[in-house]
Design a protein around this ligand. Structure first.
Ligand SMILES: Cc1ncc(COP(=O)(O)O)c(C=O)c1O
Length: 408
């Protein structure tokens, strides 16, 4: 196989969130009648159930009316909008953000992630990533010809922290890792890194001269007012070694506008802009205008949205805990659950296909988040509440039925 073929084989998108229709299900034989129920796609949030920030379409249309100036912004985004958002993000995180030097608008948070990795990983570089973590992280390291150094997160064993193995992280830095990428809150588990964990990561990065990219996409959706620590605002960190990425796709449901931002190291932001110039030129100009609604939502809108998600989380978690055959950690932030099936007698990819055909429920296989998660699956519970509860009941039914079948 040629190098390029190998590279794209690793990128395989068949099991990635949102791509399920690509899966080949010809070989699947159902052992039971289909379970009826409203189809639910847990692979991503439902923006019909949770609508975008009120007024976002009007602001988009205003952007269209501005015309050419809005369509052709600087590659790093319109200066007006960068100033508007950088100020709001400085307030939110506590970090100083210069809208001119330290800030870039990108097509989605995914765009920010791609540009940040493309600006920091060269062939053969060792890059530390967490297992489990966002599916794109390992693919990006591989795509840019880096070498993955996995750091384990023992999320079932630690209630008061994410459970990151900090000894392993230090060892990785000692072995030459110069870049650490992680999501906080973590996707897929929904845990928040404790203040101690963040300070230790910051201290280690500083000691070993490493860069940290932190994906904080879900950092506004924190349940029960837990403490969230922004790495970028810690005194120990060298701001030139940190990139934070975030966007309005999730809690704010602006995903369809494809917007994200990155802020931090001026040197890396400069590179990201150069890379953006050959990838997409800029984030959609009219869409950029919509960022003005971000962090400027109507009073109480965000709080209400968080409570609605919390209520769905509670129902799904109690259903899974009451059922036989699942381990699940309570989500602290974000919209994900990452249950483990305790006795799964088939490959997780097969289970995912069976679930889709048998119960009209789409979930993402755990192996997208690390090769060892062969008995876990991810659920995005930003869904219509009733439909989500009914879908999780069907998941439980399928697991129980297949387990009983196995036992017979
Ligand atoms: C941790 C994380 N980063 C990035 C993304 C990409 O988000 P966007 O839709 O803003 O590109 C996602 C989407 O699921 C995510 O969960």
């Amino acid at each position: 196989m040629s190098l390029i073929e190998e590279k794209f084989l690793k990128l395989g998108a068949e099991y990635a969130p949102g791509q399920e229709v690509r899966q080949n299900t010809n070989e699947i034989k159902l052992r039971f009648d289909k379970i009826p129920g409203t189809p639910v796609d847990f692979s991503h949030g439902d923006v019909d159930a949770f609508k975008p920030i009120p007024g976002s379409l009007d602001v988009f249309i205003e952007g269209v009316h501005i015309g050419g100036k809005q369509a052709y912004t600087e590659y790093r985004g319109s200066m007006d909008i960068r100033e508007n958002v950088a100020k709001k993000l400085s307030n939110f995180t506590g970090a100083k953000i210069n809208a001119d030097k330290n800030f870039i608008i990108t097509p989605g948070t995914q765009g920010a992630l791609f540009l940040a990795m493309g600006s920091t990983v060269a062939k053969g570089d060792k890059v530390a990533i967490v297992e489990p973590d966002y599916f794109a992280n390992r693919k990006l390291v591989e795509f840019f010809d880096g070498e993955i150094v996995p750091i384990q997160m023992d999320y079932f064993e630690n209630d008061a922290s994410a459970g990151l193995d900090l000894t392993q992280l230090e060892e990785a830095f000692k072995q030459g890792v110069k870049l650490f990428l992680f999501s906080n809150p973590n996707n897929p588990v929904g845990v928040i890194y404790s203040k101690d964990e963040i300070l230790k990561i910051a201290e280690l990065a500083e000691r070993y001269g490493a860069t940290v990219i932190v994906d904080q996409l879900y950092s506004r959706q924190i349940f029960e007012k837990r403490t969230f620590t922004h790495l970028c605002a810690q005194d120990i960190v060298n701001p030139e070694n940190v990139i934070t990425i975030i966007g309005p796709s999730k809690t704010e449901s602006l995903s369809g506008y494809r917007l994200g931002v990155a802020f931090g190291s001026a040197k890396i932001i400069d590179r990201m802009e150069k890379l953006q110039a050959i990838v997409s030129l800029r984030a959609g100009g009219y869409s950029q205008a919509v960022l003005k609604t971000w962090f400027s939502e109507p009073k109480g809108w965000m709080e209400e949205r968080i409570l609605e998600h919390q209520a769905i989380r509670d129902d799904l978690v109690s259903k899974l805990q009451e059922a036989n055959g699942f381990n699940v950690r309570l989500t602290e932030a974000g919209s994900y659950l990452f249950p483990r099936i305790t006795q799964l007698d088939m490959p997780i990819n097969e289970f995912v296909k069976i679930l889709r055909l048998q119960a009209n429920v789409i979930v993402t296989p755990g192996t997208e988040f690390g090769p060892q998660f062969t008995d876990s699956f991810r659920v995005n519970f930003s869904q219509d509440h009733k439909a989500a509860v009914s879908a999780i009941e069907r998941v439980i039914q399928v697991v129980e039925a297949y387990q009983n079948e196995h036992v017979k």
